[in-house]
Design a protein around this ligand. Structure first.
Ligand SMILES: NC(=O)c1ccc[n+]([C@@H]2O[C@H](COP(=O)([O-])OP(=O)(O)OC[C@H]3O[C@@H](n4cnc5c(N)ncnc54)[C@H](OP(=O)(O)O)[C@@H]3O)[C@@H](O)[C@H]2O)c1
Length: 335
């Protein structure tokens, strides 16, 4: 009797172990297939050609935050693909210089419009609308954004900074998009690229408003992406880790932190390819960012990554405050 009971228990144990092993194997296999899919996307799968959106056929690309960093690089590379370019940004002198450079280098047409998006000025948007109505827009790059000056606890952040983030990162994106949509839907073609951030994928303490504004962008991109797909307008949320620019305050490129040139090249060559992004209407096209995006969502918990961001930003804040103190001391000496 004991022997029979033991055999039955052993059998049950074996079956349970086999089931658990199979579940574990399926789990690992699913993760492995997902990871291989990311590698296939970033290294093999071609993106939709930009000619679909009017490259070389007289169409225009509208770029916000176009005078520096990633936006400036979009201007160069879209001009190289033979789009005419409408540059929108804050500083007129920087826009004019860039417009001249683009015309000479790529023999395309340019227009510029200088406005400070933090003002949310209705007259500015009206004038921008009038300019947009004179051109056929094939591409809109919603690139402009503003960030906290240094990582700062939410309760201590200046009202001006919080308002600026909402006005530029959210309102400007909504408003500029609504200026181009009527013609894109009528023409049944258009590409809208929204520059997202990993700060929107995993909440970033001390950059709370910026982080939340980028989470807004990710959700909004999916909603309008689905709404607009039947009308031939492609919306893509571009998830971005660090890039060497004034905003990131990083000066040297590395494996994870590219210069704007290879970063933007990856975006434009991978339209419609998800890369490391897991959300619909999303793309993480730069190879190391794609792997990092996959790791964020598949390795450890979200709480782990939020805490990781907390310790990273705490450290950055300490260094930024020390720098401010040094600068204040140096200024006091010269006075
Ligand atoms: N760099 C990164 O590591 C990183 C990471 C994740 C996501 N992103 C996203 O990528 C996008 C571009 O960032 P970036 O690093 O290239 O920034 P950037 O180098 O600081 O350039 C920002 C651009 O936006 C313009 N701008 C800023 N505030 C403005 C305002 N109030 N009104 C009008 N124009 C304004 C600037 O104009 P002026 O030249 O006149 O100042 C400049 O042309 C942003 O959406 C950012 O959130 C960047």
């Amino acid at each position: 009797m004991d022997l029979i009971t033991n055999l039955q228990t052993d059998k049950a144990l074996l079956t349970a172990t086999a089931i658990l092993g199979l579940v574990g194997l399926m789990f690992v296999a699913t993760k492995a297939v997902g990871f291989l899919g990311v590698l296939f996307d970033v290294f093999v799968k071609p993106g939709v050609s930009l000619t679909t959106f009017g490259a070389g056929k007289g169409a225009w690309a509208v770029i916000t935050g176009a005078s520096d960093g990633i936006g400036k690089e979009f201007a160069h590379q879209l001009a190289q693909k033979r789009f005419n370019i409408l540059l929108v940004s804050r500083t007129a002198s920087k826009l004019d210089k860039l417009a001249q450079e683009l015309q000479q280098k790529y023999s395309i047409k340019t227009k510029t419009y200088a406005m400070d998006f933090t003002k949310g000025d209705a007259a500015d948007y009206k004038r921008l609308a009038a300019t947009i109505d004179t051109i056929k827009v094939g591409v809109l790059v919603n690139n402009v954004a503003t960030n906290h000056e240094i990582p700062t606890p939410f309760a201590e952040e200046e009202e001006r900074v919080l308002d600026g983030i909402v006005e530029v990162n959210i309102h400007a994106t909504l408003k500029v998009t609504r200026l181009v949509l009527p013609q894109m839907t009528t023409n049944r073609t258009g590409l809208i690229l929204n520059l997202g951030s990993f700060a929107g994928t995993v909440a970033t303490p001390y950059l709370s408003a910026y982080s939340a504004s980028k989470a807004f962008l990710a959700t909004w991109s999916q909603a309008v992406g689905a709404e607009l797909a039947p009308s031939g307008v492609v919306v893509e949320h571009i998830n971005t880790y660090f890039v060497v620019t004034a905003m990131s305050k990083i000066r040297k490129p590395s494996f994870l932190i590219p210069l704007p040139k290879p970063y933007v090249a990856s975006v434009l060559s991978k339209i419609g390819v998800q890369g490391g992004a897991s959300i619909p209407y999303g793309s993480t096209p730069y190879f190391s960012h794609a792997v990092a995006n996959w790791a964020l969502e598949n390795v450890f918990t979200t709480r782990f990554w939020v805490n990781y961001n907390l310790s990273l930003q705490t450290d950055i804040r300490k260094r930024a405050l020390r720098k401010r103190e040094r600068e204040a001391a140096a200024k006091a000496k010269t006075q």
